[in-house]
Design a binder for this molecule. Structure first.
Ligand code: DX5
Ligand code: ZN
Length: 215
């Protein structure tokens, strides 16, 4: 089963609640990109925005934490209404972060940057709910899909199936109706799309087109 995760990074922040309501019928998860200006060279949003959005929707909130110190904020995200948090494999000691997420009732995600070997994530497969293979360098929406990452997607798909673990395989960055089928063929099952959805004239139709392209 493929799942679509619109990324609100490309939505109009001045009317975020309406933007989310517009895509909600086609959203299996809502992807929330959290950036700290250190781990990535951009600043975005944090728990107060998640809390406000939680009052507007029951959607699953998939919070992608591109920050140096996610451990300082996990409790705030859980309290704000996040369902899952994804931390980056490039950080030290992700294992203790997983423990903290479990304690808080958060689903556990692990993200891998394009230049980071998949080996950084494979030992954790039995302990996570979602593996995010970045298909752009994190930090900004609207970048071009890095097709070379498909080699890692294929290996990850194989390892997830071989290990019979319940791990969603997510791709994030440059996902559109053109690139989503490429990632689906490689084995991805969860598709984050920001600009392809929210920069479209009709975001709901754009999400539908991506779903149709991978069906
Ligand atoms: C990039 C973010 C992505 C971003 C994707 O650092 O992690 O989630 O929103 O945007 P698009 O779909 O425009 O590449
Ligand atoms: Zn993201």
């Amino acid at each position: 089963m493929s799942r679509i995760a619109p990324s609100i990074l490309s939505a109009d922040f001045a009317c975020l609640g309406d933007a989310v309501a517009t895509v909600a019928p086609e959203a299996d998860l809502l992807h929330v990109d959290v950036m700290d200006g250190h781990f990535v060279p951009n600043l975005t949003i944090g728990p107060p925005v998640v809390k406000s959005l939680r009052r507007r929707t029951d959607l699953y909130f998939d919070c992608h934490l591109m920050v140096d110190n996610p451990g300082d904020f996990l409790e705030d995200f859980a309290a704000a209404g996040a369902n899952g948090c994804t931390v980056h494999a490039e950080l030290d000691d992700v294992t203790s972060l997983f423990g903290e997420m479990r304690r808080l009732g958060l689903d556990v995600g692990l993200a891998v940057n394009p230049e980071t070997p998949l080996e950084a994530a494979l030992p954790h497969l039995a302990h996570i709910d979602l593996l995010l293979l970045m298909t752009v360098h994190p930090g900004f929406g609207g970048q071009e899909f890095i097709a070379d990452v498909m080699d890692k997607v294929k290996v990850a798909r194989h390892e997830i199936d071989r290990g019979e673990v319940q791990v969603a395989l997510q791709v994030d960055g440059g996902i559109s109706e053109k690139t989503a089928p490429i990632a689906a063929a490689a084995g991805a099952d969860t598709f984050v799309a920001g600009s392809a959805i929210f920069h479209a004239d009709d975001p709901l139709k754009a999400a539908k087109r991506i779903r149709k392209a991978i069906a």
